[in-house]
Design a binder for this molecule. Sequence first.
Ligand code: AMP
Length: 213
Amino acid sequence: MNIILLGPPGAGKGTQARHLVDTRDMIQLSTGDMLRAARTSGTEMGQKVAEIMDSGKLVTDEIVIGLIEEQLTTQSGSGFIFDGFPRTLAQADALAALLTKLGQSLHTVIEIRVDDEALVQRISGRFTCGDCGEVYHDKTKPTSVDGKCDNCGSTNMVRRADDNADSLRTRLMEYYKKTSPLIGYYYAKGDLRPLNGLADISEVTASVEAILG
Ligand code: AMP
């Protein structure tokens, strides 16, 4: 079962993807995570994309399609969760072609709907455990012990360079200009399942589970 989690930055795609990895043995393919890993590993591609990512703009289709293709052809499990990919119509077409080539298909596209004001608040307080990936928020989900991950005990907490007001404005603009047309694209294909991403995390998880069956 291959699924796409579609929604603006801060909608909760990563949080829901992590839940599905834990409970269904699915494989999370986050192009944002792959690009961040490329940056820290100091590769030529990583250096090339660093500035673009910090500004909040999208990196080229060619780069992210290449990253996804590499993962699809080298990993296998109980299905892929595409998190933050596709983000353009060209990426969506490329994904369809790649899946067909591998004899696979797309099960469903879950659109996580949230309003813009909530996104700004969510993103501006967000931080993550650098070791296990658990996501926290200064106001809505702080760690029980200051600076220490509840999940794995690590004190390696990280804040994303692009989680600031300027980058967020650009990221939202990129979302509305380039990614939101995918909602119509997948609706027309009969694959789209929207849900309310403003509910509590556990309620959103329940909605995801209900959709996947
Ligand atoms: P994310 O972690 O999904 O919010 O992505 C962080 C940043 O990585 C984005 O703002 C883009 O600069 C870049 N990025 C991630 N996924 C894609 C994609 N599918 N297409 C283009 N750029 C991407």
